[in-house]
Design a binder for this molecule. Structure first.
Ligand code: ATP
Length: 478
């Protein structure tokens, strides 16, 4: 991992954003807990997403479906038969890799060495292998021919490539036999499809309309070594938009634009975001683009926008025997709607924001670390400091805090030198610090310090709230 990534991981732990799960027992691989600041950041992200997807669209309703679903759901969706990753083991180190990612990394290494032509040729063969009937065999052959070595041990000592199903299973009820096996959902989307009619009818929707949901998903990922980028338990923010067949590309383009703008409005610099078109379409898709962010570990997917055709509704209709068709009252036609999906990772969005916000600045021979979160998303919006713990200053600071709490997450701190208190807030990304000093008692005004510029404004206490609202509205990512 890069130095920068290590610093972000370490700050996340030190300041209470993200902890390793069950740390006192040595941790559980690829699972993480969100600490007091992490949970605030995550909540702010989900609120922005919900607001932009559900409240801003009169024809999108929310849903919160169960994690456990009838097992036939996953037969119908194709996950039982095809939700596999190609797995390969380094026999020397016993480390496990995804064969396709191993080849992708090899292609990247070739590019870094300036061997563009060779890289293009290998990449082309990778795409062919991913589309081959015997995908595992084709990937294995490519690894053998190119003599791709293990990234960790450096040796060339591989097992065959095997297909590995990523779903976690468990059993319902006291008896464990094959018949009561169920799965932890590997995506939230299927909970939406099976509720298509329930939401349409109760929401009195006509096609086109959408169903949005935020929730946990579980995948038994083969390689999970990149902090919260790839976890075995994670959260998705998904929306399925049902349209008349033939109109899906219009909806696809429109949602593509909106979703990219959403990430930019989170304060992510446009230069750090790009589109990636899928070379190999999933069995259900007729178009698929990912939004990628330039993490310190390279360009990686944070959200997928997929045109899923009528694959899912048709499959659930076949497997359940229940009609999933829509009757269009305007044209008197009956059809299975097509679906455009926007599927964002909540944790990957949080990681994007952590990476995007992390800055180091040289200041008086010292390094100032700051998290430049968008003020709308920052875990703490405003901190209240009495300059000293006496002469009525704590009381004034507390009374301002009370007035702000209704609108913002406000944090009170009276301990330590004021400079140190500012630095602590910089490090967790608090955009505004308000200091109450001796003069505040006389002139009813306070100093507001800006995290990004470190400028200080003197403001009458009565104007503090409006000042903060204006500053937040005018904030721009740099
Ligand atoms: P990848 O290729 O990185 O495995 P994917 O294409 O399988 O991802 P999707 O099935 O399209 O991912 O899931 C939608 C979103 O869910 C992804 O864009 C990502 O943000 C998030 N996501 C998927 N798998 C994980 C994971 N293991 N940990 C964290 N987030 C994930």
């Amino acid at each position: 991992m890069s130095d920068l990534f290590d610093k972000i991981v370490s700050l996340s732990k030190r300041r209470g954003f993200i902890f390793q799960s069950s740390e006192i027992y040595g941790g559980l691989a690829a699972t993480y807990d969100y600490g007091p600041l992490g949970v605030e950041l995550k909540r702010n992200v989900t609120q922005r997403w919900w607001n932009s997807m559900v409240y801003q669209h009169h024809n999108v309703s929310g849903l919160d479906a169960a994690i456990m679903m009838h097992p036939t759901t996953w037969k119908a969706s194709g996950h039982v038969d095809a939700f596999n990753d190609p797995l390969i083991d380094d026999k020397t180190s016993k480390k496990r890799y995804r064969a396709d990612q191993l080849i992708e990394e090899y292609v990247e290494r070739l590019r870094r060495k300036g061997k563009e032509e060779k890289a293009d040729a290998v990449y082309e063969r990778l795409v062919e292998a991913l589309n081959a009937d015997d995908m595992a065999g084709a990937l294995y052959a490519l690894i053998m021919e190119e003599e791709i070595r293990s990234p960790d041990s450096g040796v060339f000592d591989w097992t065959e490539v095997r297909q590995f199903n990523l779903m976690f299973d468990t059993h319902v009820g006291p008896v464990s036999n094959g018949e009561n096996k169920i799965y932890l959902r590997p995506e939230t989307a299927q909970g939406i499809f099976v509720n298509f009619h329930n939401v349409r009818e109760t929401g009195r929707h006509q096609v086109p309309f959408g169903i949005a949901q935020i929730g946990k998903a579980f995948r038994n990922e083969i390689v999970a070594r990149q902090f919260i980028f790839r976890m075995r338990e994670f959260e998705q923010m998904e929306m399925q938009y049902f349209v008349k067949p033939g109109t899906q590309m219009e909806a696809f383009e429109s949602w593509r634009e909106k979703r990219m703008q959403w990430h930019i409005d989170n304060g992510v610099r446009p230069s750090k975001l790009r589109w990636h078109e899928h070379e190999k379409l999933a069995h259900y898709a007729d178009a698929a683009f990912d939004i990628q962010y330039e993490f310190p570990i390279g360009w990686q997917e944070i959200e997928g926008i997929h045109s899923r055709t009528d694959f899912d509704l048709k499959a659930h209709q076949e497997h359940s025997g229940k009609k999933m068709e829509y009757f269009d009252p305007q044209t008197n036609e009956k059809y299975l709607p097509y679906v455009v999906e926007t599927s964002a990772g909540l944790d990957r969005t949080v990681l994007t924001l952590l990476c995007e916000a992390y800055r180091e600045e040289e200041l008086d021979g010292d390094t100032r670390t700051l998290m430049k979160f968008h003020p709308k998303l920052a875990p703490i919006t405003v901190a209240l400091f009495p300059l000293v713990k006496k002469d009525g200053m704590p009381e004034i600071a507390h009374s301002i805090e009370e007035g702000l709490k209704e609108h913002f997450n406000a944090f009170y701190d009276e301990k330590g030198a004021i400079g140190r208190r500012y630095r602590r807030m910089d490090e967790v990304g608090t955009p505004f610090c308000i200091t109450v000093d001796g003069e505040s008692l006389e002139d009813q005004s306070v100093t507001i310090r800006d995290r990004d510029t470190m400028n200080q404004d003197r403001i009458p206490i009565d104007n503090v709230r409006t000042y903060l609202f204006d500053k937040i509205a005018g904030w721009k990512a740099e």
